[in-house]
Design a protein around this ligand. Structure first.
Ligand code: UD1
Ligand code: CA
Length: 459
């Protein structure tokens, strides 16, 4: 019989070994908090519901963006993993005939593909409890699985284990499937008489195999998926595994990645086929990159949309911005939030933009700042053009109409409008609107003093 599935993620502990003000499961792995990875893996199993046991920093855990709505259970004091499951007692009591999957909140590398066969085994064998185990070359940090007489299985937590038990390589991963009725029968029998003084969920394995029913073990196929992330070095190692997985999946989908060892691409980033990523590129957050783009070395893109056939040249940073098809940005460009570079535009060396729309086919090749500006199509922004958008109190807008030509070294003091097809002479400080088709020039007349140098020397 196929029982309905509920899932419970344990995430109330602080994760002391992280030595962090932020609780362990909120630390990010390639752009997503650990807890989100585990919860979303649960949803992939299509359960009736996903519950998360929370304690420390519960409000922050509740605000994470999960793929579907989650139920939260508050464990006021963290007295151990069994105590955490007991916090869900009310929910369990009204779902006695169902199956419960319990998973530790830090098992972020286990894919749903590993858990599905475990569910099948659990149902097929009719177990009261099935837990996930793995053979580890280095079992340090895990509870050890010990098979005793009469099919009794015990887990020895590292702190409580004898040297002989510590030599066991088979470990308890931290994923359990229960018949809820039997779980409710066994939970109250767990004591806290151990080195840590905690109620260990792992003790339920021995208790059940003596009483409530059959205990099965499901062996995890891939050691790489089984990492307990207990400190920040273990986190770094786990992130490295995720990072490689992401790069492999992009490569398989048709993206060329020249130097996988220096490329950082967050889990949610999407890249179209035949795009080439050079070395030392960092793509973060919800960035989407089109097809046939070229991303040259040392570029950093966060939460941005890049169209097809865009070239981003070296040492460029792009934040919360959009670049349309065929545009070219960089080298050494900084697009700050809400920049919108339209199709075929060119933004080059040492140009900074913020909250600016930059029109089709327009060019800003050298040393400029454009803030709170709307640049229409086919505008030329000369080297060293600066919009003076801030008066010390407020931000003001600049509008540059289609086809305008802004000479080099110009300051545009906002609010100001530069008319269509107008021309601003180099070195101008523009404080008034410029009419369309006009030439505006504001600089002091050049003075010439003949023979000045020779006279100076004589003195
Ligand atoms: C646990 C297992 C160990 C297993 C290991 C795998 C127990 C007693 N031991 O050990 O056999 O090899 O995981 O990683 O379960 N939590 C709560 N409330 C609590 C205590 C813990 O919600 O009162 C949560 C934590 O936030 C964490 C999870 O339970 O996500 C596991 O707790 P942790 O302290 O990491 O257990 P381990 O000592 O690693
Ligand atoms: Ca752990």
């Amino acid at each position: 019989m196929k029982r309905k599935l509920l899932t419970l993620v344990l995430a109330a502990g602080k994760g002391t070994r992280f030595k962090s003000d932020k609780i362990k499961v909120l630390h990010p792995m390639l752009g997503k908090p650990m807890i989100q990875l585990v919860v979303d893996c649960m949803f992939a199993l299509r359960p009736e519901a996903v519950y998360v046991v929370v304690g420390h920093q519960k409000d922050d855990i509740m605000q994470v963006e999960y793929s579907k709505p989650v139920g939260f259970i508050h464990q006021k004091k963290q007295l151990g993993t069994a105590h955490a499951v007991l916090a869900a007692k009310k929910i369990l009591q009204s779902n006695r005939e169902k199956t419960l999957l319990v998973i530790n909140g830090d098992l972020t590398l286990i894919p749903p593909e590993t858990l599905r066969p475990m569910l099948i085994q659990h149902r097929k064998e009719g177990n009261a409890l099935t837990f996930l185990s793995a053979e580890m070359a280095d079992p340090t940090g895990f509870g050890r699985v010990s098979y005793q007489k009469n099919n009794v299985i015990r887990i020895f937590e590292e702190k409580d284990a004898t040297p002989a038990q510590l030599r066991i390589k088979e470990v308890n991963v931290g994923v359990y499937l229960f018949k809820i009725e039997e779980l409710l029968g066994a939970l109250p029998k767990i004591s806290n008489k151990n080195v840590k003084g905690e109620f260990y969920l792992t003790d339920i394995i021995e208790i059940m195999s003596r009483g409530e029913g059959r205990v099965g073990v499901h062996k995890a196929p891939v050691e790489q998926e089984i990492v307990g992330i207990n400190d920040r070095y273990e986190l770094a190692k786990a992130v490295e595994i995720l990072r490689q997985r992401k790069i492999i999946s992009l490569a398989e989908s048709g993206v060329t990645i020249y130097d996988p060892s220096t490329t950082w691409i967050d889990l949610d980033v999407k890249i179209g086929r035949d795009t080439t990523v050079y070395s030392s590129v960092v793509l973060e957050g919800k960035t989407v990159i089109g097809q046939r783009c070229k991303l040259y070395p040392f570029i950093h893109v966060r939460d941005s949309r890049i169209g097809h056939e865009v070239k981003i040249l070296t040492s460029t940073m792009i934040e919360e911005s959009t670049i349309e098809r065929g545009a070219q940005v960089g080298p050494f460009t900084h697009l700050r939030p809400k920049s919108f570079v339209r199709a075929g535009a060119k933004v080059g060396n040492f140009v900074e933009m913020k909250n600016t729309v930059f029109g089709r086919g327009s060019k800003a090749g050298h040393f400029s700042y454009l803030g709170d500006t709307e640049v229409k199509d086919n505008v030329n922004i000369g080297a060293g053009t600066i919009t003076c958008n801030y008066d010390g109190e407020k931000k003001h807008k600049t509008l540059i109409e289609e086809g305008a030509f802004i000479g080099s070294g110009t300051e545009l003091v906002a609010p100001v409008k530069i008319g269509k097809d107008s021309y601003v002479g180099a070195g101008s400080t523009i404080t008034n609107n410029v009419s369309s088709g006009a030439l505006a020039i504001s600089r002091s007349k050049q003075v010439e003093k003949p023979g000045w140098r020779r006279k100076k020397r004589k003195k």
